[in-house]
Design a protein around this ligand. Structure first.
Ligand code: BGC
Length: 417
């Protein structure tokens, strides 16, 4: 009896192991920072897509826009020798991991599906390394947007601001009426996200390119950069007392709930408005940060595919293929607030803000004013990005005046290279 039981147990254990392995192979482990309501809704589109193909999803969420927290967790996983299957990643971080030899190869699926012909060149620059596809682009976001509560503007008789001065006057009018002028979460990446637009407003596309792309010390410490920091001080004067540490989606909620008039944030904020049942043009307005019109500071979320054991590769390749399918690109980006990462899909199903975003992206690409977001890892490597975060945040919190901040910026960027 005893012997029989034991052999049954061994057989059962062996069966469990076999089916466990089979399940594991048809599974992807995904590290990402899509933890807000709108983001979770968008991510579900991908999860369900994969589930329909029998591919399981092991979720590894680490909150924090720009992915700083997620990148720290990733480093620990790779050091421990067990990278996730796929990792949400931005711009230069992808190239850094590829240079370390940590990423897999998607050339076969990319060739079979003709990615080269449909992914915008600006995105291919980050999705390919050394001529090989290493990641699958999900979307294109951009950072130079304002989100406004329409009821507050209507109540105060305010038109959509078209210049920086009008924008400041509108924030002042909202503040005078007892609303928060600018909803903001005091986290370095959120301040840096506002800084993208403010730098363009203060010194044009030229300053942005010279400072953030060329890392030119003269531009970083220029009078225009001092003006950018002065504008950040103006913004600081319109945030509420409890801004420190607040998550970005809670700042969006302040605009959604009519506590605050405006938020400067990438178009992932739109995902929050939509998730709350709000309608563009009726409940909220979207417009480019006054002074930054004509330029689009973009960031594309991609899933970088890590080197995994052979057994896990089929699921990884299927995930990459699912991400790049035209129907997924539409379904996902309608919910996420971003626009598709393919040039061959129609934007007809997107809402008014999405259609505006898509048209502006195409126009900026044509005009040479489609620039990688500095705050979101698309203008320079992470070391420089983090150095800029530190100075922008220190200044926003009153550590430096505008003139000193510009000097510190130039010094910090030089030291980070
Ligand atoms: C990502 C967005 C995300 C946002 C806030 C950005 O870095 O590109 O997809 O919604 O962070 O989490």
């Amino acid at each position: 009896m005893r012997g029989l039981n034991m052999s049954t147990a061994v057989v059962t254990a062996a069966m469990m192991l076999t089916s466990g392995a089979a399940i594991a192979q048809e599974q992807v482990e995904v590290l990402h920072w899509w933890t807000s309501g709108g983001e979770a809704a968008a991510l579900n589109v991908l999860k369900e897509d994969l589930q329909a193909q029998g591919i399981g999803w092991l979720d590894m969420p680490v909150a924090g826009g720009g992915g700083e927290g997620a990148m720290t967790v990733l480093r620990a996983r790779v050091t421990a020798g067990s990278p996730p299957t796929a990792v949400q990643m931005l711009g230069f971080d992808i190239l850094d991991w590829a240079a370390e030899g940590s990423l897999g190869n998607l050339d076969e699926v990319a060739a079979a599906e003709g990615w080269d012909a449909v992914v915008p060149t600006a995105l291919q620059g980050f999705a390919k390394y050394d001529g090989h596809w290493v990641s699958a682009p999900v979307n294109v976001h951009s950072t130079n947007w304002v989100w406004a509560n329409k009821a507050i503007l209507d109540e105060l008789g305010l038109a959509q601001p078209t210049t920086w001065d009008e924008f400041v006057a509108a924030m002042q009018a909202a503040k005078d009426a007892g609303y928060v002028g600018l909803a903001h979460g005091g986290q370095p990446w959120q301040e840096a996200t506002m800084f993208d637009s403010v730098v363009i407003g203060a010194g044009g596309t030229d300053l942005y390119k010279r400072a953030f792309m060329d890392l030119d010390p003269a531009a970083l410490s220029s009078p225009e950069m001092v003006e950018a920091f002065t504008r950040m001080e103006t913004l600081r004067s319109f945030v509420d007392d409890n801004f420190s540490g607040r998550d970005w989606n809670l700042a969006s909620a302040m605009v959604i709930n009519k506590e605050a008039a405006f938020q400067i944030m990438g178009d992932w904020a739109k995902g929050e408005f939509l998730n709350a049942g709000k309608v563009p043009g009726t409940d909220f307005l979207c417009f480019r940060v006054p002074g930054s019109e004509g330029t689009v500071t973009f960031n594309a979320d991609q899933f970088a595919m890590f080197n995994v054991n052979e057994g896990f590769r089929p699921a990884q390749q299927k995930m990459a293929s699912a991400i790049m399918s035209p129907s997924f690109q539409i379904a996902f980006n309608k919910v996420k607030g971003s626009v598709p990462a393919r040039t061959d899909v129609s934007g007809d199903e997107l809402d008014a803000c999405g259609q505006q975003g898509m048209a502006e992206l195409a126009a900026a690409a044509e005009a040479g004013t489609l620039l990688g977001s500095a705050a979101q890892g698309h203008a320079h490597p992470a070391a420089v990005k983090n150095a800029i975060y530190d100075v922008v945040t220190a200044h926003f919190n009153g550590e430096y005046d505008a003139a000193t901040a510009a000097q510190e910026l130039a010094a910090a960027v030089a030291a980070a290279q």
